[in-house]
Design a binder for this molecule. Structure first.
Ligand code: HEC
Ligand code: HEC
Ligand code: HEC
Ligand code: HEC
Length: 475
């Protein structure tokens, strides 16, 4: 008995010692910095010299082959897939070009390439695209940054989203580098410094994966969260401030464009309720021998269900994938109904204006259109096709459909009053090209301007950036 007891104790102590050694190696390997990283260092490869595993996995965001039912990292042309969107965005740059998001590695390239940046934009557009943003904001301040035209900031923005966006280079702790999030917290009377470690694992994402708008003359990047984070609360906020992103070219409705309220939608779901963070699903831990590290290949968790979901759920991979698709299919069904309604109502409103309808006739209709499209967009623009919070996504889409239907009922009265036969004869917008003609876009000219930018302007930006970075400490 004594022998067995002693053997067990020795064995236990051995395991304990081994685990301490393993942890020590882990922490040494994590935080041993052969080369200290200067503050605001934008270049991922410099950080990568200290942290090869995190860097190598980050570089996997270069992959563009993954395609799931509603997401993935391939470039998918949403305007081709859903031509109604062109009509819904008439008069706004999104009607020119709108693709599915790709990995963080492409964040700068994709902004160069999109046809939306042929139109003059403020530097605010760069705010969530590059690890050079914190560097420049540290130099000139956020207000000055936002005030600058997009093109003037071009030579400064070369490094895609990276380490400097989420980490403090001394401690490698997570840190918030974007003032808009800190300021949104302050206006709610909260201090982001008090956020828990687990909250930070979502808040670093909420620097960019959120709804925002450009406030005032300075195009000051602002989160519309003062009345709450839900679709209804943000709509009330924008109405209160009488903010509009643009006036619709067909219906003349004062429109809102939702960005990507990923964090806000997620917050209404059961995973957030149970304290599951963005990083739990999108940056799961990986083990390599004695080393456990955070896998930095941010992508669809459906490509890695074992590490992402099965840490908590016991169901098979097939079941979990099906659970996601079942929810997304339902949301997609309502989303399509909402979009078809909206494209139609914009065109019907245009017919009413053509027939001589007055501002008074149209006022209530336009407000309904504004709200219907905002609510559709709140779900459609958020990533995950509603998976982050399926019930809320369905509710918000339901209210969108209700509002666009109500607008159509009111419009039917206006149309009858002006003697327009119904149903209104609509133009053909069944493909992206046809829809772009309907809204009066000269796509050949826009493409020509883009080619001119890529051939002549971009190389000079890149050369200026190269010369600047040659003056940095070299790795
Ligand atoms: C419970 C796990 C889970 C949590 C927590 C979670 N997500 Fe997701 N996310 C998913 C799933 C599942 C999808 C859908 C993937 C698909 O359809 O291929 C997704 C999709 C996405 C996408 C689109 C991916 C693509 O391939 O285009 C983005 C971006 C995203 N999530 C960001 C976030 C952010 C930001 C947070 C936190 C605010 C978050 N997610 C929280 C599971 C999660
Ligand atoms: C500095 C801004 C920024 C931060 C911080 C950020 N993202 Fe992103 N994210 C983006 C942008 C921009 C894109 C789209 C890039 C493109 O399409 O070129 C993107 C794309 C993605 C995608 C789609 C990848 C794919 O393969 O389609 C996922 C998933 C994602 N982000 C998750 C997250 C999560 C989770 C966090 C927090 C841990 C996070 N992001 C933090 C800006 C950011
Ligand atoms: C979008 C935000 C984001 C970006 C960009 C990012 N990280 Fe991380 N990183 C995280 C999160 C979240 C964790 C998990 C932190 C935790 O739970 O303590 C993490 C953890 C780490 C850790 C701690 C050890 C570990 O693996 O858990 C290191 C080291 C690290 N990252 C290095 C890097 C390097 C190097 C880069 C650039 C190539 C980078 N990170 C880019 C969000 C990010
Ligand atoms: C860190 C733990 C954790 C991770 C990781 C996680 N979940 Fe969950 N999930 C939960 C908890 C907790 C609930 C709530 C169920 C409960 O409390 O009984 C839940 C609920 C669900 C539900 C039912 C609720 C709903 O929204 O319809 C589904 C489906 C689900 N998870 C799928 C997934 C998938 C798919 C992934 C991977 C992308 C994932 N979960 C990752 C913890 C997790």
């Amino acid at each position: 008995m004594l022998f067995i007891g002693t053997a067990a104790v020795v064995f236990g102590a051995g395991l304990f010692a081994a685990s301490i050694v393993e942890r020590r190696t882990e922490s040494r390997l994590y935080f041993q910095m052969p080369k200290p990283i200067p503050d605001w260092e934008p270049r991922n490869e410099v950080w990568g010299q200290n942290f090869p595993r995190q860097y190598d996995s980050y570089m996997m965001t270069r992959d563009t082959t993954s395609v799931t039912r509603y997401a993935g990292s391939a470039r998918i042309d949403y305007l081709e897939k859903y031509p109604e969107l062109v009509v819904m965005w008439a008069g706004y740059a999104f009607a020119r070009d709108y693709n599915q998001g790709r990995g963080h590695y492409y964040s700068v390239t994709d902004v160069h390439q999109t046809l939306r940046t042929v139109q003059p934009q403020p530097a605010t557009c760069w705010a969530c695209k590059s690890s050079d943003v914190p560097r420049v904001m540290n130099d000139i301040g956020a207000r000055e940054f936002y005030r600058t035209p997009w093109v003037d900031m071009g030579p400064e923005m070369v490094n895609p989203i990276g380490c400097a966006d989420c980490h403090d280079p001394d401690t490698m702790n997570l840190r918030i580098t974007r003032p808009a999030l800190v300021e949104a917290f302050e206006r709610q009377g909260r201090d982001i410094q008090q956020a828990s470690h687990q909250e930070m694992r979502s808040l670093v994402c909420a620097q960019c994966h959120v709804e925002y708008y450009f406030r005032g003359e300075d195009q000051y990047l602002t989160f519309p969260w003062d009345k709450g984070l839900g679709a209804d609360a943000m709509e009330a906020y924008f109405d209160y401030h009488e903010f509009t992103d643009w006036v619709h070219a067909l219906s003349k409705a004062p429109m809102l464009k939702a960005q990507h309220p990923d964090y806000e939608l997620y917050r209404t779901g059961v995973h957030a309720e149970r304290g599951v963070a963005c990083a739990d699903c999108h940056m799961p831990y990986r083990r390599e021998g004695g080393i456990k590290y955070t896998h930095h290949h941010l992508q669809s968790p459906l490509n890695n269900i074992t590490e992402s979901c099965q840490v908590c759920h016991r169901e098979s991979e097939a079941t979990l994938r099906q659970n996601v698709y079942d929810r997304q299919d339902r949301i997609s069904e309502l989303r399509r109904i909402a979009e078809k309604n909206l494209a139609r109502v914009h065109l019907e409103a245009a017919a009413a204006w053509d027939a001589g309808a007055t501002d008074r006739d149209m006022e209530a209709v336009l407000q309904l259109i504004r709200h219907a499209q905002w609510r559709w967009d709140w779900v459609a623009a958020a990533n995950s096709m509603g998976f982050h919070s399926p019930n809320e996504a369905l509710r918000v889409l339901g209210t969108s459909i209700q509002r666009s239907q109500e607008a159509r009922v009111l419009l039917a009265r206006v149309l009858s009053q002006y003697g327009i036969p119904q149903p209104v004869q609509l133009p053909d917008y069944s493909t992206k090209e046809k829809a772009q003609q309907v809204v009066g876009l000269d796509m050949d000219d826009i493409r020509r301007q883009k080619a001119e930018f890529l051939d002549n302007v971009l190389p000079t930006w890149q050369e200026q950036a190269r010369l600047r970075e040659a003056t940095y400490d070299q790795p």
